[in-house]
Ligand binder design. Structure first.
Ligand code: GDP
Length: 593
């Protein structure tokens, strides 16, 4: 039967395209809040890290009521690095809203999620937002979305996607750019008309697929998923069907549904609803919560295997504890094992040393996000050089391959292709986006992408945009050679303020972020050629006093070497560690006395 008064939708949006503003407006206009009640918290607001990365990292749920129908809205994580989470989240819903900025158009970061949504035959409603912008170009943006759908293999029905033009900021929407009404009514009507209600069997024995995990210090582990059939009662005995099909008895604690920005506990929830459950302390992603007497498993969803690992080590440097919280091995262990509770594709293993843990994840992005979160929480730690995880398939050594999309200015196409060629990439596609912009698509070994972003930005003078997703395992592509490392370390009033990293191939060009002034610089690197750097950097007229030096000398000055995490991961050698504190990221020799 159909739960006619319920809709489950997912939102796909590039960071800053207006998801939060739109959801806020939906909450306000749907009367989910009484007129005098303020929207206190912006539930879908992205954190700093999400903004910097241009992707949603945490999935969040909210809901609104529209004329007697409840609309559950789930956020989609923006990246394949989150181990199948995108797919699981999309399996909870019957439709998606794709929010696209009326000027910027669709961005590569949303591509992966969109492809998954199309594969799952979801009906996308395209919301062209910020229609009030003076530079809005709504018709072109819709054409770009159409092209993207075609490229991603959408079927005929999906190419006929409904479009809503919106100014989330003004709370207005319309079915054409020149027919904007001062209300979201057109949007709500479209959701009702185009997104089907969940089809469910309310009488059957209960089933729920564990989709995401959350953790709360008061109630412990929280399991989120959609009830596929039957109903779930508070305090009920259930069977938890593990991924290996073994059964475990369990007891539901509370049953929560999402109401506006809150989780509200209810005595019972029925099929179709998205719920949060407590009490299931041993539950994991992809498992089925089933009836105690009549347990039947739902098809489980694959969780992607880790492809990259690093050691996370207690900071034993002479500066430990000066710039953050000194972290003992017990604390580090606790933090990492707590992360594993909710971060599905992450694995943590003990090592021979009590101070060191091997952490494996879905790629550099996945691990970087954990490191940066810990850093922002005040932790100090060290990490080792990232290593990709090889696998033997049919007797052959195979390595993880990423699918890389790079949008670059036309005049740096050759250089980017050359850089990637060196990193063993294979070009699979080249699309002209405009007379000045070209999109390049590659298959590239995951190890070839470690630290590539910096090199890419240098080569495209900060104008390139890149994103990558896991592609699969393929036979080992051979050694990546011919890369020399080098760095420009810049000082301001005797303090290091910034630096650029460069690959000293034939040229050593350095990308210096706009707005940063460099007064004095030092080049380090095995083969650094002073004149190359001077030509490229000094031209900007804010670098003086260049001198060249060796990497060893730079390491002796380690206090002064400031990196971004990606740069450090590129620069790091076997015998070094990256020291991470809330204030800085730097390299140091292992076992420094
Ligand atoms: P999110 O990252 O997708 O959640 O984006 P936000 O909702 O936080 O919006 C990002 C920025 O775009 C904010 O500064 C908003 O005020 C602005 N914004 C959102 N919607 C609109 C709109 O309809 N018109 C204009 N001009 N700006 C908007």
């Amino acid at each position: 039967m159909e739960t006619a008064n319920l809709r489950n939708i997912a939102i796909i949006a590039h960071v800053d395209h207006g998801k939060t503003t739109l959801v806020d407006a939906m909450l306000k206009q749907s009367g989910t809040f009484r007129a005098n009640q303020q929207v206190m918290e912006r539930v879908m607001d992205s954190n700093d890290l999400e903004r910097e990365r241009g992707i949603t990292i945490l999935s969040k749920n909210t809901s609104v009521h529209w004329r007697g129908t409840k609309i559950n809205i789930v956020d989609t994580p923006g990246h394949a690095d989150f181990g199948g989470e995108v797919e699981r989240v999309l399996k909870m819903v019957n439709g998606v809203l794709l929010i696209v900025d009326a000027f910027e158009g669709p961005m590569p970061q949303t591509r992966f999620v969109l492809r998954k949504a199309l594969e799952l035959k979801l009906t996308p409603i395209v919301v062209v937002n910020k229609i009030d912008r003076a530079d809005a170009r709504p018709e072109e943006v819709v054409d770009e979305v159409l092209d993207l759908f075609i490229e991603l293999g959408a079927d005929e029905d999906q190419l006929d996607f409904p479009v809503i033009y919106a100014s989330a900021r003004q709370g207005s929407t319309g079915t054409a750019p020149d027919r904007i009404e001062p209300t979201l009514e057109p949007l709500f009507n479209m959701i009702m008309a185009h997104i089907p209600a969940p089809q469910v069997d309310l009488e059957a024995p209960v089933q729920l697929l564990v989709t995401t995990l959350d953790y709360d210090d008061y109630v412990g582990k929280i399991v989120v998923g959609r009830i596929v059939r039957g109903a779930i009662h508070q305090g009920e005995q259930v069977t938890l069907i593990k991924r290996d099909e073994t059964y475990e008895k369990a007891k539901i604690g509370k049953v929560y549904v999402f109401e506006g920005l809150q989780r509200v506990d209810v005595p019972v929830a029925a099929a179709g609803e998205i719920v949060a459950l407590t009490g299931l302390t041993t539950a994991n992603i992809g498992e089925t919560v089933a009836c105690a007497l009549n347990p039947e498993a739902l098809p489980t969803i694959e969780v992607d295997e880790p492809t990259l690992s690093m050691n996370f080590i207690v900071n034993d440097s002479p500066f430990a504890g000066l710039e953050g919280e000194f972290v003992t091995s017990r604390k580090l262990r606790e933090r990492l094992f707590k992360e594993v509770e909710t971060n599905v594709s992450l694995q943590v293993e003990e090592t021979d040393s009590a101070d060191s843990f091997k952490v494996s994840g879905r790629g550099e992005l996945h691990l970087s996000i954990l490191i940066e979160n810990m850093r922002r929480e005040g932790y100090e730690l060290q990490v080792s050089k990232p290593e990709v995880i090889y696998r033997t398939i049919n007797g052959e050594k195979c390595e993880p391959i990423e699918f890389l999309i790079a949008d670059v200015p036309e005049n740096s196409v050759g250089a980017v292709m050359e850089l990637l060629g060196r990193r063993k990439a294979e070009m699979v596609n080249m699309i002209t986006l405009s007379p000045t912009q070209v999109r390049l698509e590659f298959k590239v070994p995951a190890r070839g992408l470690i630290g590539f972003r910096n090199e890419f930005l240098t080569e495209t003078r900060g104008e390139g945009m890149m994103s990558h997703v896991f592609h699969g395992y393929e036979p080992y592509k051979g050694e990546i050679s011919g890369r020399n490392r080098g760095a420009l370390i810049a000082f301001e009033n005797g303090e290091a303020t910034t630096y650029g990293l460069y690959q000293a191939q034939e040229r050593g060009r350095i990308f210096i972020e706009p707005g940063i002034k460099v007064y004095e610089g030092m080049i380090v690197g095995e083969n650094s050629r002073e004149q190359d750097i001077e030509v490229n950097v000094a031209k900007k007229k804010h670098v003086t006093n260049m001198r060249s030096s060796t990497a060893d000398e730079a390491l002796r000055l380690e206090k002064a070497v400031v990196f971004t995490l990606e740069q450090a991961l590129e620069f790091i050698e076997e015998d070094e560690l990256v020291e991470i504190t809330p204030k800085s990221i730097r390299l140091r020799k292992k076992f420094l006395d």
